[in-house]
Design a binder for this molecule. Structure first.
Ligand SMILES: [Zn+2]
Length: 376
């Protein structure tokens, strides 16, 4: 993870680079901010820069011995502490190191990950993650060792508010008498829950929401979403949170696909072309049950949107711009005479998929009925 891998945060990056350049490296820093701002990525990029043997003006190098290990998050002087939980009661107290391979994999995959997602990966999503007493013993042990090869040993504590009292008190001792050449980077979304005595011993840095320009760039680079309308909407709703941006972009991609599948089915039913319908059914069937259910949710929304458009009675907008263009013409086929039946048939098909799994027969039946209803 390098600075270039973190979306936006230009000012924070500049400040962190300055800290290293001016050698004002404190022994404990605290990054605070909301989810999706990139705090964990920034902490790792900073630690990497700090230990890079050939640092550039704005980022660490790609090839020195330290950076190569940092690239895999496998540097012997880079330590992570994060909330963990017992898988079942009776297990011994878990510590971060027990889950280190999984942690590395998930952070490299998405360093914006939220706590809930992490607990889900651990398979303990119904429990509270905790940084407990055993963990603090572990921290103590690691830091009492001499650093292997780096200039700075770095200990990144993710979601520091999850430290219980025992862990927090141990950490406080360490912050009062910091081991030489050690940098703690605490990351917290809820700094109000951290012991005030710990807070007062850290150099705090508030990580802001991601600026709109950077969000826009990320959206067009990663998802190819550029259209002013949909991109503007996503960026506004994401509100500086990169995780939300990804989720909204996925949703909008999915909705676009569902719309195209809906249009295809309506055309096939209208002709009617039941050979085409069979191919359509095969495509829907190639997706998992959850995805199929999402298709039906969108299809039902589009059908209702068309009925509303047809009556012109209520001013509710259920449709995207693209869907509305199509519906200008299509809405005349969705009216009082068939809306109840269409609604019922699509709802039934959706329920069938949810409870009984996929059935080609049910979908074929739906297409036949839709063909008849559109002519009604
Ligand atoms: Zn390097």
């Amino acid at each position: 993870m390098q600075f270039k891998d973190i979306t936006g945060q230009t000012e924070i990056k500049a400040r962190l680079l300055n800290v290293v350049r001016e050698k004002r490296i404190g022994h404990a820093m605290l990054f605070t901010g909301r989810e999706g701002t990139g705090m964990l990525g920034l902490a790792i990029a900073f630690a990497r820069y700090l230990n890079c043997k050939d640092p550039g003006e704005t980022d660490s190098c790609e090839s020195c011995s330290s950076c190569r290990k940092y690239g895999k998050l496998q540097h012997p002087d880079l330590h992570f502490v994060f909330p963990v939980a017992r898988k079942k009661t009776g297990d011994k107290d878990p510590v971060s190191d027990d889950f280190l391979p999984l942690w590395r994999e998930k952070v490299l995959e998405n360093h914006y990950m939220r706590l809930f997602q992490w607990l889900e990966y651990l398979g303990v999503e119904n429990k509270q993650g905790l940084i407990g007493r055993s963990e603090s013993m572990q921290i103590l042990k690691k830091l009492s060792l001499k650093s292997y090869e780096a200039d700075y040993k770095v200990m990144i504590i993710w979601m520091a508010e999850k430290m219980n009292a025992a862990a927090a008190n141990k950490l406080l001792k360490l912050l009062e008498e910091p081991p030489p050449n050690t940098v703690f980077i605490l990351i917290s979304e809820e700094p109000g829950q951290i012991l005030p005595t710990i807070l007062s011993r850290t150099q705090q840095m508030r990580i802001p929401k991601i600026d709109q320009e950077s969000m826009k760039k990320a959206l067009s680079e990663i998802h190819g979403i550029k259209g002013e309308d949909s991109a503007g909407n996503i960026i506004r709703l994401a509100d500086g949170n990169y995780l939300r941006l990804l989720e909204l972009a996925d949703k909008s991609e999915e909705a676009g696909y569902h719309f195209s599948m809906f249009v295809r089915l309506m055309r096939l039913c209208f002709i009617p072309d039941f050979v085409g319908v069979s191919a359509w059914i095969e495509e829907i069937a190639s997706h998992g049950r959850e995805k199929q259910k999402h298709f039906f949710q969108d299809a039902l929304r589009i059908i209702r949107g068309n009925f509303i458009m047809n009556t012109g009675a209520v001013n509710i907008d259920l449709l995207s711009d693209e869907e509305r263009d199509f519906s200008e013409k299509f809405s005349k086929f969705v009216h009082e005479g068939n809306i109840f039946a269409l609604n019922e048939e699509f709802s039934k098909a959706s329920a069938h998929i949810e409870f009984n799994g996929y059935s080609r027969l049910v979908l074929f039946d739906l297409a036949v009925k839709t063909a008849r209803l559109l002519k009604a």
